[in-house]
Design a protein around this ligand. Sequence first.
Ligand SMILES: Nc1ncnc2c1ncn2[C@@H]1O[C@H](COP(=O)(O)OP(=O)(O)OP(=O)(O)O)[C@@H](O)[C@H]1O
Length: 476
Amino acid sequence: MGIARDASSKFVQLFCDWAVRRLWMTVRLNEKEADLVLAWLREQPAIHDASELWLYGQRSEGKATRYEYEPEIKVTSRLRCRRPDGSSQWVWITRESREGSGGNRATVSILGRDKVVLEKMLEEGREIQRRKREKFLTVVQVYDFGKEHGLNWLHPQDKDRKQPGRSISSVVLPRCCPGSSGIDQAEALLEDAREFLNSETWYTERGIPYRRGYLLYGIPGGGKSSLIMAVASELRLPIYMMSFSSERMNDEVLSSLLQYGMHDPPTILLLEDVDLLHTAVLNRHRQLQDSAGDSSPTDRDKDSSDKGYEKSRRGRLTLSGLLNALDGPTATTGRLLFMTTNDRDALDPALLRSGRIDYELEFKAAVPDQIQRLFTRFYADFGGSTSAQSPAAVKALPDEGDGALAELTTEELAQLFAKKLDSSSKRLTTADIQRHLMKRKKSPRRAVEEVQELLDTFSTGDDIQASVRDPSCPTK
Ligand SMILES: Nc1ncnc2c1ncn2[C@@H]1O[C@H](COP(=O)(O)OP(=O)(O)OP(=O)(O)O)[C@@H](O)[C@H]1O
């Protein structure tokens, strides 16, 4: 009797398992797709009826705090989804937060075998993420999740996306053709990137890897990082900021970071201060190689430290590993690579070869036309024309005298300010000038009157002013 009961309960259990397997389909989602489904889920009205919600405030509008609710979706959420043909389908979504790593994983269980609902969810989630990127600049950084999880991308959660975007007009660079009123170097670079994004078929048809590399180099405080932020904001691309400082970084980790866990292309990959990477990280390996090369192979066989050398060699980032990850056979396409450096000469030529870097832009000390436009933009609220005239059009302006300055428009003050800086032999960066203006943000007149203070505080030398006066067009 007991045996018969056990057998029948086993049979029922097996039947249930079979029925669930037959009726339900479960799809496991990795981090990137899980983020899309969760972004979609957050916008479903049915979910907001949930009994557990998170509340968070956003101060992004400047003044009032805006409150937003996020449903608690750590547990399974069950909802009916509409299919494209108008019918509905039951879906269960379960979020699994990977402890310590911060990344999301999720499973989607669907009644039936039709995946169309899941595909619709992913598509809409992608659109939601794109809309969110419009409002905020997304910067993804490499983060060390500890011994177990290692290095991975730290994607900002929606509620952290507070970094506002930056417009290209906020980055004031010399004009491409000095003396003209044509576009400036920031707009030219943006145009180049835009053209690249529209030319995927062109690249594919010619068998050219669909990638573009930009090198921004020159003085600190010239606007290199600002330009990258502006390009990302204008093109609504997320920035992936690579960092090499962790001891855990090596060729394999780098390669896997660039292959997995990034948003779908196009994206921006940013390597900042790449000259420091070269000396501090890559050369470390070279020294190891050199010291190993000094001893004969027999000596090294004897030397137990040889094993240590091999181990450390495998655990290091090498130049070839970096180059392979950037544009080797496994490298992703559809990516804009930006490298910045203050010292171009310190870079290995291999890093700069054509096809790897396609566009170079040098940042120099500010030129008069640039200073004038920076000033006019900064004090745009003070009235006066905002269309900067070329330096040649500067009319005779009073040099000194408080009374005379009070009569001038912002535009005329800008011309005078640029003229005063130009007549000194000092080199100033746009960051230096911005700092001077910031201290006098309510008075453009004071910015001109106290220009000597700027020259005394921020002067960085006087030897290469001549080259600064002739900003070259970017090298393509
Ligand atoms: N050309 C510019 N137009 C507008 N603002 C600028 C420009 N250059 C610098 N700034 C301002 O100066 C500050 C520093 O600029 P930024 O960080 O972009 O310079 P950088 O060239 O990247 O410097 P570093 O090489 O030290 O990283 C920012 O607040 C930025 O807004």
